[in-house]
Write a new protein. Structure first.
Length: 384
């Protein structure tokens, strides 16, 4: 069985990808404004900044909470996030733009993709733009959502972006490998994004020596996983290179906390996991594959979907990414692998699975991003 890239704990996952998550009863209440986090960057190309704040909500008395927020005239993008600390189901019933259009309704391009509309456990979000069909329109936006503990908003303002830079913080756990062992993979990851017009500013890798984090679950609602991910920096994309995952779980290469994750918000969803043992060749690590995995999971965390899912009948919402239909399934296993999708998007960074070992040995890579995929990254709320 092929090792797959990632598992995302959302209702839209197929049974192949679904993690078993707790589903406790929701509790009602309202959130109030309490904290603000901001970041800015001045460069020769552009000036942009983001602001994270908590939104005051009104209890509607019908099981829903409502709220509103303003996007200024120089708004570039935003992410609206809802949290439930007991990890029960949360999501948005509606998100209405200044023109009165509910961008989460059943006719919307986001309806079948955004965790905000489909719901998730503990955390769900809406990213604008999540496809090129949407923009962060200036004016008053309103929303209704399920009961939650808090709703946070991250708004980016500034000039229209033509490039993007992301701050990246890597962490490594366990004792088998050290920061030096993942340095080449980080270079591969950085080169992938650089080739696609995205710059990564890599911070020095942090070693986490606490033994409890050497092996962690791929479920972000797991208490140990949550404690690790919550250590992530608020101003960076956090990449956790973990030694291994429990033997009771299906072996995977890596997993993102969301599509997107909790950008610039310290929480259990503020990062991605890359499993080192899954990339081992003897006592060494496959730097190329590990670099691709880290870049792939970072892509998810910033809002990119799989271009084609394993079943060959589900694709991302972007118009310029290649699709690989199930009709190309040559071995009749009801899945489309990379070899079967050669020329149909298998070389895209966000394809659902890796090339086979023999194809990797022959030099096959997954490093490409389409123009619209690059657009989503450049407009990211935490890009500079």
């Amino acid at each position: 069985m092929k090792i797959i890239f990632d598992i995302i704990c959302y209702f839209f996952c197929s049974s192949l990808f679904l993690i078993s998550c707790s589903n406790n009863d929701s509790s009602s209440g309202s959130s109030s404004s309490s904290e603000t986090t901001s970041s800015s960057d001045n460069s020769t190309n552009s000036t942009s900044s983001y602001l994270v704040s908590e939104i005051t909500q009104t209890n509607e008395g019908d099981g829903y909470l409502s709220g509103s927020f303003e996007v200024p005239s120089n708004g570039i993008s935003f992410m609206l996030s809802t949290f439930m600390d007991n990890n029960s189901a949360v999501g948005f019933y509606s998100l209405t733009d200044p023109d009165g259009i509910n961008i989460l309704n059943s006719s919307s391009a986001l309806y079948s993709y955004s965790s905000g509309s489909l719901g998730a456990y503990g955390f769900a979000s809406v990213l604008v733009p999540h496809t090129t069909n949407f923009s962060a329109k200036a004016g008053t936006w309103t929303f209704k959502n399920y009961n939650n503990d808090r709703v946070k908003l991250n708004v980016r303002t500034g000039s229209t972006p033509s490039t993007a830079t992301f701050s990246v913080q890597a962490y490594i756990t366990g004792t088998t490998w050290s920061a030096n062992d993942i340095a080449s993979a980080l270079s591969v990851m950085s080169n992938i994004f650089n080739t696609n017009g995205i710059t990564l500013s890599l911070k020095e890798t942090i070693t986490i020596s606490d033994g409890q984090y050497a092996t962690i679950s791929s479920s972000f609602t797991d208490s140990t996983t949550s404690a690790l991910i919550s250590q992530g920096s608020e101003d960076s994309v956090n990449l956790f290179f973990v030694e291994d995952q429990p033997s009771s779980e299906t072996a995977i290469l890596g997993v993102s906390s969301g599509i997107p994750g909790a950008m610039a918000i310290a929480s259990s969803w503020n990062g991605v996991i890359n499993y080192l043992s899954a990339h081992a060749i003897g006592s060494s690590l496959s730097s190329q594959l590990l670099g691709e995995t880290a870049a792939h999971e970072m892509g998810h965390w910033l809002g990119l979907f799989h271009t084609t899912e394993s079943t060959g009948d589900s694709f991302d919402p972007l118009s310029d990414t290649a699709q690989c239909p199930l009709s190309l399934d040559q071995d009749s296993d009801d899945k489309v692998n990379a070899e079967e999708c050669n020329g149909y998007g298998a070389d895209n960074l966000m394809f659902w699975t890796t090339w086979s070992a023999s194809s990797q040995a022959a030099g096959k890579t997954q490093e490409n991003l389409s123009s619209e995929q690059q657009y989503i990254l450049k407009y990211s709320p935490i890009a500079k």
